[in-house]
Ligand binder design. Sequence first.
Ligand code: GUN
Length: 284
Amino acid sequence: MAEIIDGKKISQELKDDVKKEVEALKAKGIEPALAVILVGQDPASTVYVNNKKKACEYTGIKSLSYELPESTTEEELLGLIDKLNTDDACDGILVQLPLPKHINEDKVIKRISPDKDVDGFHPESVGRLSLGERGFKSCTPAGVIELLKRSNTEIDGKHAVVVGRSNIVGKPMAMLLLRENATVTVCHSHTPDLRAITKQADILVVAIGQPKFIDGSFVKEGATVIDVGIHRLEGKKLCGDVDYESAEKVASKITPVPGGVGPMTIAELMNNCKEAAEMHAGLR
Ligand code: GUN
Protein backbone atom coordinates (compact mmCIF):
# COMPACT_ATOMS: atom_id res chain seq x y z
CA MET A 1 0.00 0.00 0.00
CA ALA A 2 1.34 3.39 -0.98
CA GLU A 3 1.87 6.25 1.47
CA ILE A 4 -0.75 8.95 0.91
CA ILE A 5 0.60 12.45 0.22
CA ASP A 6 -1.91 14.51 2.19
CA GLY A 7 -2.55 17.73 0.27
CA LYS A 8 -5.08 18.95 2.80
CA LYS A 9 -2.52 18.78 5.60
CA ILE A 10 0.37 20.15 3.53
CA SER A 11 -1.70 23.04 2.12
CA GLN A 12 -2.72 23.90 5.68
CA GLU A 13 0.95 24.01 6.70
CA LEU A 14 1.72 26.31 3.76
CA LYS A 15 -1.24 28.59 4.54
CA ASP A 16 -0.12 28.75 8.18
CA ASP A 17 3.39 29.74 7.04
CA VAL A 18 1.89 32.47 4.81
CA LYS A 19 -0.36 33.66 7.66
CA LYS A 20 2.67 34.11 9.94
CA GLU A 21 4.59 35.97 7.24
CA VAL A 22 1.59 38.21 6.51
CA GLU A 23 1.36 39.04 10.22
CA ALA A 24 5.04 40.03 10.16
CA LEU A 25 4.42 42.24 7.10
CA LYS A 26 1.44 43.91 8.77
CA ALA A 27 3.62 44.66 11.80
CA LYS A 28 5.78 46.67 9.37
CA GLY A 29 2.73 48.50 8.02
CA ILE A 30 2.49 46.43 4.83
CA GLU A 31 -0.97 45.05 4.05
CA PRO A 32 -1.00 42.48 1.23
CA ALA A 33 -4.11 42.73 -0.98
CA LEU A 34 -5.47 40.59 -3.81
CA ALA A 35 -8.02 41.77 -6.37
CA VAL A 36 -10.31 38.87 -7.29
CA ILE A 37 -12.27 39.45 -10.50
CA LEU A 38 -15.18 37.24 -11.51
CA VAL A 39 -17.12 37.95 -14.70
CA GLY A 40 -20.54 36.26 -14.85
CA GLN A 41 -21.95 33.58 -12.58
CA ASP A 42 -20.48 30.26 -13.71
CA PRO A 43 -21.23 27.99 -10.71
CA ALA A 44 -17.82 26.28 -10.59
CA SER A 45 -16.00 29.63 -10.92
CA THR A 46 -18.16 31.13 -8.17
CA VAL A 47 -17.14 28.28 -5.83
CA TYR A 48 -13.43 28.71 -6.72
CA VAL A 49 -13.57 32.47 -6.21
CA ASN A 50 -15.31 32.10 -2.85
CA ASN A 51 -12.65 29.59 -1.76
CA LYS A 52 -9.93 32.06 -2.78
CA LYS A 53 -11.60 34.82 -0.75
CA LYS A 54 -11.87 32.48 2.26
CA ALA A 55 -8.16 31.65 1.99
CA CYS A 56 -7.40 35.39 1.90
CA GLU A 57 -9.39 35.86 5.07
CA TYR A 58 -7.55 32.97 6.76
CA THR A 59 -4.09 34.18 5.85
CA GLY A 60 -4.83 37.84 6.61
CA ILE A 61 -4.59 38.97 2.98
CA LYS A 62 -7.14 41.65 2.08
CA SER A 63 -9.39 40.58 -0.80
CA LEU A 64 -10.75 43.24 -3.13
CA SER A 65 -13.75 41.63 -4.75
CA TYR A 66 -14.99 42.54 -8.24
CA GLU A 67 -18.08 40.57 -9.26
CA LEU A 68 -18.97 41.83 -12.72
CA PRO A 69 -22.03 40.98 -14.82
CA GLU A 70 -21.82 38.54 -17.76
CA SER A 71 -22.48 41.55 -20.05
CA THR A 72 -19.19 43.25 -19.07
CA THR A 73 -17.32 44.25 -22.22
CA GLU A 74 -13.68 43.43 -22.92
CA GLU A 75 -12.89 47.16 -22.79
CA GLU A 76 -14.48 47.50 -19.35
CA LEU A 77 -12.51 44.55 -17.99
CA LEU A 78 -9.25 45.81 -19.51
CA GLY A 79 -10.02 49.25 -18.03
CA LEU A 80 -10.40 47.73 -14.54
CA ILE A 81 -7.11 45.84 -14.95
CA ASP A 82 -5.35 49.08 -16.02
CA LYS A 83 -6.69 50.79 -12.90
CA LEU A 84 -5.58 47.94 -10.60
CA ASN A 85 -2.17 47.71 -12.29
CA THR A 86 -1.35 51.23 -11.04
CA ASP A 87 -3.18 51.02 -7.71
CA ASP A 88 -0.62 50.77 -4.87
CA ALA A 89 -3.28 49.31 -2.57
CA CYS A 90 -3.44 46.18 -4.76
CA ASP A 91 -0.55 43.66 -4.86
CA GLY A 92 -2.03 40.85 -6.94
CA ILE A 93 -4.67 40.58 -9.67
CA LEU A 94 -6.60 37.39 -10.28
CA VAL A 95 -9.08 37.14 -13.14
CA GLN A 96 -11.01 33.90 -12.75
CA LEU A 97 -11.05 31.80 -15.94
CA PRO A 98 -12.88 30.86 -18.08
CA LEU A 99 -14.19 34.26 -19.19
CA PRO A 100 -17.40 34.74 -21.20
CA LYS A 101 -16.89 34.00 -24.92
CA HIS A 102 -17.00 37.66 -26.03
CA ILE A 103 -13.85 38.43 -23.99
CA ASN A 104 -10.41 37.45 -25.31
CA GLU A 105 -8.70 35.61 -22.44
CA ASP A 106 -5.26 35.92 -23.94
CA LYS A 107 -5.59 39.70 -24.18
CA VAL A 108 -6.76 39.88 -20.56
CA ILE A 109 -3.89 37.72 -19.24
CA LYS A 110 -1.35 39.85 -21.13
CA ARG A 111 -2.85 43.10 -19.76
CA ILE A 112 -2.15 42.17 -16.11
CA SER A 113 1.13 43.70 -14.98
CA PRO A 114 3.74 40.92 -14.57
CA ASP A 115 4.43 42.50 -11.13
CA LYS A 116 0.89 41.59 -10.06
CA ASP A 117 0.48 38.33 -12.01
CA VAL A 118 -0.10 36.05 -8.99
CA ASP A 119 -1.58 33.32 -11.25
CA GLY A 120 1.72 33.17 -13.15
CA PHE A 121 -0.08 33.06 -16.53
CA HIS A 122 1.52 36.15 -18.17
CA PRO A 123 4.08 35.32 -20.90
CA GLU A 124 6.71 37.21 -18.89
CA SER A 125 6.07 34.99 -15.84
CA VAL A 126 6.21 31.88 -18.03
CA GLY A 127 9.43 33.12 -19.67
CA ARG A 128 11.06 33.89 -16.31
CA LEU A 129 10.17 30.41 -15.09
CA SER A 130 11.74 28.87 -18.19
CA LEU A 131 14.91 30.93 -17.74
CA GLY A 132 15.14 30.09 -14.03
CA GLU A 133 14.66 33.78 -13.15
CA ARG A 134 12.59 35.03 -10.25
CA GLY A 135 8.92 35.55 -11.07
CA PHE A 136 5.47 34.27 -10.20
CA LYS A 137 5.10 30.51 -10.55
CA SER A 138 1.89 29.02 -11.87
CA CYS A 139 0.08 27.89 -8.70
CA THR A 140 -0.83 24.26 -9.46
CA PRO A 141 2.65 23.12 -10.59
CA ALA A 142 4.22 25.11 -7.74
CA GLY A 143 1.86 23.22 -5.42
CA VAL A 144 3.04 19.89 -6.84
CA ILE A 145 6.69 20.79 -6.11
CA GLU A 146 5.71 21.76 -2.56
CA LEU A 147 3.87 18.42 -2.11
CA LEU A 148 6.99 16.54 -3.23
CA LYS A 149 9.29 18.55 -0.98
CA ARG A 150 7.10 18.46 2.10
CA SER A 151 6.59 14.67 1.70
CA ASN A 152 10.40 14.26 1.57
CA THR A 153 10.36 13.00 -2.02
CA GLU A 154 13.77 13.37 -3.66
CA ILE A 155 13.52 15.21 -7.01
CA ASP A 156 17.19 15.88 -7.80
CA GLY A 157 18.53 13.29 -10.27
CA LYS A 158 15.19 11.48 -10.57
CA HIS A 159 13.32 10.77 -13.79
CA ALA A 160 10.09 12.80 -13.73
CA VAL A 161 7.49 12.07 -16.39
CA VAL A 162 4.76 14.66 -16.94
CA VAL A 163 1.69 13.46 -18.82
CA GLY A 164 -0.04 16.49 -20.36
CA ARG A 165 1.32 19.66 -21.97
CA SER A 166 -1.15 22.40 -21.07
CA ASN A 167 0.08 25.96 -20.58
CA ILE A 168 -1.33 26.04 -17.06
CA VAL A 169 0.00 22.71 -15.76
CA GLY A 170 2.07 20.43 -18.03
CA LYS A 171 4.54 22.94 -19.49
CA PRO A 172 5.27 24.93 -16.28
CA MET A 173 5.38 21.62 -14.36
CA ALA A 174 8.18 20.38 -16.62
CA MET A 175 10.09 23.65 -16.13
CA LEU A 176 9.79 23.54 -12.33
CA LEU A 177 10.91 19.89 -12.18
CA LEU A 178 13.87 20.76 -14.39
CA ARG A 179 14.73 23.59 -12.02
CA GLU A 180 14.85 20.99 -9.21
CA ASN A 181 17.36 18.96 -11.28
CA ALA A 182 15.03 16.16 -12.35
CA THR A 183 15.43 14.54 -15.75
CA VAL A 184 12.12 15.44 -17.33
CA THR A 185 10.07 13.75 -20.05
CA VAL A 186 6.82 15.34 -21.25
CA CYS A 187 4.23 13.03 -22.83
CA HIS A 188 0.95 13.94 -24.51
CA SER A 189 -1.82 12.63 -26.74
CA HIS A 190 0.56 12.05 -29.69
CA THR A 191 3.08 10.04 -27.65
CA PRO A 192 3.29 6.47 -28.97
CA ASP A 193 3.48 3.72 -26.31
CA LEU A 194 2.82 6.05 -23.39
CA ARG A 195 2.99 3.16 -20.93
CA ALA A 196 6.59 2.33 -21.87
CA ILE A 197 7.58 5.88 -20.85
CA THR A 198 5.46 6.32 -17.71
CA LYS A 199 6.85 2.95 -16.50
CA GLN A 200 10.28 4.61 -16.33
CA ALA A 201 9.12 7.43 -14.05
CA ASP A 202 10.39 7.81 -10.50
CA ILE A 203 7.94 10.72 -10.26
CA LEU A 204 4.82 10.54 -12.43
CA VAL A 205 2.73 13.72 -12.72
CA VAL A 206 -0.56 13.20 -14.53
CA ALA A 207 -2.52 16.16 -15.94
CA ILE A 208 -4.44 14.95 -18.99
CA GLY A 209 -8.02 15.66 -18.03
CA GLN A 210 -9.34 12.12 -18.52
CA PRO A 211 -10.87 10.24 -15.60
CA LYS A 212 -8.88 7.21 -14.32
CA PHE A 213 -6.77 7.07 -17.51
CA ILE A 214 -3.56 6.00 -15.76
CA ASP A 215 -3.88 2.70 -13.92
CA GLY A 216 -1.30 0.61 -12.09
CA SER A 217 0.02 -0.89 -15.35
CA PHE A 218 1.47 2.59 -16.23
CA VAL A 219 3.33 2.90 -12.92
CA LYS A 220 6.84 1.73 -12.01
CA GLU A 221 7.12 -0.21 -8.74
CA GLY A 222 7.93 2.27 -5.97
CA ALA A 223 7.20 5.43 -7.99
CA THR A 224 5.62 8.61 -6.60
CA VAL A 225 2.35 9.39 -8.40
CA ILE A 226 0.88 12.90 -8.47
CA ASP A 227 -2.65 13.23 -9.85
CA VAL A 228 -3.58 16.73 -11.02
CA GLY A 229 -6.95 15.76 -12.54
CA ILE A 230 -10.35 16.22 -10.96
CA HIS A 231 -13.61 14.87 -12.36
CA ARG A 232 -17.08 14.38 -10.97
CA LEU A 233 -18.40 10.91 -11.76
CA GLU A 234 -22.08 10.01 -12.01
CA GLY A 235 -23.26 9.68 -8.44
CA LYS A 236 -21.21 12.79 -7.60
CA LYS A 237 -18.06 10.97 -6.46
CA LEU A 238 -14.80 12.75 -7.37
CA CYS A 239 -11.90 11.04 -9.12
CA GLY A 240 -8.65 12.04 -10.78
CA ASP A 241 -6.78 11.17 -13.99
CA VAL A 242 -5.28 8.21 -12.12
CA ASP A 243 -7.11 5.01 -11.23
CA TYR A 244 -6.20 5.31 -7.55
CA GLU A 245 -7.15 1.77 -6.44
CA SER A 246 -4.84 0.05 -8.92
CA ALA A 247 -2.02 2.65 -8.95
CA GLU A 248 -1.63 2.74 -5.17
CA LYS A 249 -0.79 -0.99 -5.19
CA VAL A 250 2.31 -0.28 -7.28
CA ALA A 251 3.38 3.22 -6.19
CA SER A 252 5.27 4.00 -2.98
CA LYS A 253 3.58 7.43 -2.59
CA ILE A 254 0.42 8.81 -4.18
CA THR A 255 -1.87 11.84 -3.97
CA PRO A 256 -5.60 11.21 -3.48
CA VAL A 257 -8.45 13.02 -5.26
CA PRO A 258 -9.90 14.97 -3.56
CA GLY A 259 -7.37 16.12 -0.96
CA GLY A 260 -4.17 15.94 -3.02
CA VAL A 261 -3.08 18.61 -5.49
CA GLY A 262 -6.39 20.57 -5.39
CA PRO A 263 -5.97 22.36 -2.05
CA MET A 264 -2.35 23.26 -2.91
CA THR A 265 -3.33 25.62 -5.76
CA ILE A 266 -5.04 28.14 -3.48
CA ALA A 267 -2.29 27.89 -0.85
CA GLU A 268 0.28 28.73 -3.56
CA LEU A 269 -1.87 31.65 -4.71
CA MET A 270 -1.75 33.03 -1.16
CA ASN A 271 2.03 32.54 -1.13
CA ASN A 272 2.33 34.43 -4.43
CA CYS A 273 0.22 37.31 -3.02
CA LYS A 274 2.47 37.54 0.04
CA GLU A 275 5.55 37.56 -2.25
CA ALA A 276 3.95 40.26 -4.42
CA ALA A 277 3.42 42.46 -1.35
CA GLU A 278 7.05 41.91 -0.27
CA MET A 279 8.24 42.80 -3.75
CA HIS A 280 6.14 45.98 -3.94
CA ALA A 281 7.49 47.02 -0.52
CA GLY A 282 11.06 46.55 -1.77
CA LEU A 283 11.68 43.60 0.57
CA ARG A 284 12.66 41.10 -2.17
N1 GUN B 1 -9.81 28.68 -13.47
C1 GUN B 1 -9.49 27.42 -13.12
N2 GUN B 1 -8.29 27.40 -12.48
C2 GUN B 1 -7.86 28.68 -12.41
C3 GUN B 1 -6.72 29.30 -11.86
O1 GUN B 1 -5.82 28.67 -11.29
N3 GUN B 1 -6.66 30.65 -11.99
C4 GUN B 1 -7.62 31.38 -12.62
N4 GUN B 1 -7.45 32.69 -12.71
N5 GUN B 1 -8.69 30.83 -13.16
C5 GUN B 1 -8.81 29.49 -13.04
